[in-house]
Design a protein around this ligand. Structure first.
Ligand code: NAP
Length: 291
């Protein structure tokens, strides 16, 4: 039965901590690892379960090993670095990576895993901190159907939607599409609010009306109030977005896709970093536009 699967979870950050918590709440036997041990201590205190001192130790005996760390290099470290998870995993176990990383690193680690008789799924998420805490993430998966089938029930513990998109790397490529769609949209929303203020309109009234029509979006619904109030502490940070857009633009150079707006918005986010906004949320594009 799925509930008896043993699970390791590596990386208890903003996203990983609540995701691992949902697995424990669902009844899985969870062993956690976090580079900074204090977070693993706090997690075990809150959720029970066990903690391990290395990714390899956490992965021992696990059927599924989840990870949610920062970038490509962090992912390599927890998988194949010193005391990496792959060295502790048993043949047949599946590694499920929720980091937003490149499709290249996904395929590289998939190939290493294959040689060792392990499964590897790239499974980046969308939905932010609130989605992780509420168990309402969207998960886009790349890899083999058989591995997906073994992991799906566990992934469902913290997800509203999960789907196998294709071979290894397809999950990361789908997440790139997600970020491309968001980048231009947030700039458009920023310009709309900026224009409304310049035109002497009440921006709140404007958005309330137009959000009932064709201009509606998640960003509009969830961010317009805080943007108008000049508050930018509500989710996904600009530094993370620049990491993601860097991955997107690298992939576009490889596949020939034309992303002029995405490239421009990436530079606008560089401006926001220059303003000291690396940790502000992504709606802070508005800060570049003079009121
Ligand atoms: P975070 O709060 O900074 O957490 C990162 C986690 O990774 C921490 O547990 C950190 O350990 C661990 N880590 C980083 N580098 C490591 C390394 N080299 N070796 C071992 N552990 C390492 O980040 P987050 O917000 O949870 O985001 C995690 C991933 O999800 C990122 O790829 C991000 O782009 C993606 N994502 C985030 C959001 C969001 O809204 N936050 C939404 C969608 C996707 P320490 O505690 O020791 O630092």
């Amino acid at each position: 039965m799925a509930q008896q699967q043993k699970i390791a979870f590596l990386g208890l950050g903003v996203m990983g901590y609540p995701m691992a918590g949902h697995l424990a709440t669902a009844g899985y036997d969870v062993c956690v690892y976090n580079r900074t041990t204090a977070k693993a201590d706090a997690w075990v205190e809150q959720h029970g379960g066990r903690l391990a001192g290395t990714p390899a130790a956490a992965a021992q005996g696990a059927d599924l090993v989840f990870a949610c760390v920062g970038n490509d290099e962090d992912l390599r470290q927890v998988c194949v670095g010193a005391q990496g998870a792959f060295s502790g995993m048993s043949s047949g176990a599946v590694f499920v990576d929720h980091t937003t990383a490149s499709a290249l690193v996904a395929r590289e680690l998939y190939a290493v895993a294959q040689v060792q008789g392990l499964g590897f799924l790239d499974a980046p998420v969308s939905g932010g901190q609130a989605g992780a805490e509420n168990g309402a993430l969207t998960v886009m998966v790349g890899g083999d159907q058989a591995d997906y089938d073994r992991a799906e029930a566990a992934i469902n513990c913290f997800s509203r939607a999960v789907r196998l998109m294709g071979d290894s790397g397809a999950g990361q490529l789908t997440k790139m599409v997600n970020q491309i769609c968001i980048a231009g949209l947030v700039q458009g929303l920023s310009e709309g609010i900026h224009f409304a203020k310049r035109a002497g309109l009440d921006p709140e009234a404007v958005i309330e009306v137009i959000s009932k029509g064709a201009a509606q979006s998640w960003q509009m619904e969830n961010r317009y109030k805080t943007m108008i109030e000049d508050q930018f502490d509500f989710g996904f940070a600009v530094d993370w977005m620049r990491k993601d857009l860097g991955i997107v633009l690298d992939a576009a150079r490889d596949n020939g896709a034309q992303l002029p707006v995405t490239a421009l918005v990436d530079q606008f986010y560089a401006d926001v970093q220059q303003l000291g906004g690396g940790r502000w949320d992504t709606s802070s594009l508005l800060k570049r536009l003079k009121h």
